[in-house]
Design a protein around this ligand. Structure first.
Ligand code: CP3
Length: 345
């Protein structure tokens, strides 16, 4: 018999309502923190930071020390998967990620068939260190990008409005798209299993670009690949918990729940929990979904935004979070106010 978890986030992921709500925020280790900017400057490039276990551990711990969040999320990036598969990846200051695009089956053949997990050993070492350095009550989260979101960077070589290059590729060359998604499903599943073995207690799958997909492509490119990753992970490591964040996936959430994909579904900031929660089974946990701009604005925008969520999710298994990542211009005292209000409710 498995023991009941005592960490608040794991209790929620088991379907138990917990009050006050546990809280963490997406991109909680990042440029809004002066201590992050200092470590980042020391590391050299962004990828050097991702692959330096001592510094990656340090930046993962920074928001925990400062705010006492209920979860720590591994510091890394979704693009370490294409990097490990052999694609050139760099992060250009103020521009974001740049990759050498792969646009055909012939290009895909140049990449590795199976992910060489030893390329990611520094990431697993970061998790291993964190599993002993974190406070006992803090849940350790691993993560990966969902195949469609990662594929959109691999194909375009950069971030693109509405992921047009990848979408066009999905229509014009479905065989290449299917092969790329399949490669990413296998790589991501193996990667997440190793993250669990290295100490992650739950993982989040980031489908940041769910909003770009038309209904005709959604299931093959988003729902099915995510379902395959979650079921592969759970078949191998039954104790592993999964949070699925599909930004722009609001109209598909009930189908994710019905298909049993994810112990928690994360809501983006456009969704009203008061409307969405009644459409989901009570056993599926949710996460979210304050507008990151309300956190920048502070004042009444912040308190009203928090209170709306709190009243809608009371009695349900819910993890408080933002509806997308925290932005670099966010004042740190607003983050402290957010936590105080959620914990004081
Ligand atoms: O604190 C955490 O949440 C953990 C670390 C984390 C990062 N990226 C660190 C990071 C996580 C979970 C991610 C996921 C990620 N990376 C996503 C999915 C989540 C989302 O926000 O939608 C995506 C799409 C990426 C790809 C990516 N990485 C982009 C587009 C950028 C540049 C954008 C920017 O803000 O500059 C990155 C770089 C990146 N990843 C930074 C951080 C803290 C900033 C880079 C820096 O410090 O110079």
């Amino acid at each position: 018999m498995s023991e009941r978890p005592t960490k608040a986030i794991l209790r929620v992921l088991n379907g138990e309502p917990v009050w006050p709500l546990p809280i963490w925020i997406m991109r909680q280790a990042g440029r809004y923190l002066p201590e992050y900017r200092a470590t980042r400057a020391q590391a050299g490039s962004f990828l050097d930071l991702c692959y330096n276990p001592r510094l990656a551990e340090e930046v993962t711990l920074q928001p925990i020390r400062r705010f006492g969040f209920d979860a720590a999320i591994l510091f890394s990036d979704i693009l370490v998967i294409p990097h490990a598969l052999g694609q050139e990846v760099r992060f250009v200051e103020n521009e974001g990620p740049k990759l050498d695009p792969i646009t055909s089956l012939a290009d895909l053949k140049q990449l590795k068939d199976e992910i060489p997990l030893e390329h990611l050993d520094p990431v697993f070492e970061t998790l291993d260190r964190l599993s002993t350095s974190l406070p006992r009550e803090t849940t350790l989260l691993g993560f990966c990008g969902a195949p469609w979101t990662v594929a959109s960077y691999m194909i375009a070589g950069k971030g693109t409005p509405d992921q047009a290059p990848a979408r066009l590729t999905a229509y014009r060359d479905p065989a290449f798209m299917a092969a790329l998604i399949d490669r990413l499903v296998k790589a991501s599943t193996a990667y997440l299993i190793r993250q669990i073995d290295a100490g992650a207690e739950a993982v989040q799958i980031f489908e940041s670009f769910g909003a770009a997909l038309p209904p005709a492509l959604f299931d093959t490119l988003s729902l099915d690949p995510i379902r395959r990753i979650v079921s592969g992970l759970k078949a191998a490591r039954p104790q592993a918990k999964a949070i699925v964040f599909v930004r722009g996936g609001g109209s598909h959430l009930a189908r994710f729940a019905a298909a049993g994909v994810g112990d928690a579904l994360a809501l983006d900031w456009t969704l009203d929990p008061a409307q969405v929660l009644p459409t989901l089974p009570k056993t599926v946990a949710t996460q979210g979904n304050l507008d990151p701009l309300a956190l920048i604005a502070g004042g009444e925008a912040l308190t009203n935004g928090i209170d709306r969520i709190l009243s809608a999710v009371r009695g349900r298994p819910h993890i408080f979070n933002l509806g997308h990542g925290i932005l670099p211009e966010t004042p740190t005292d607003h983050v402290a106010q957010l936590i105080a209000r959620v914990r004081g409710a």
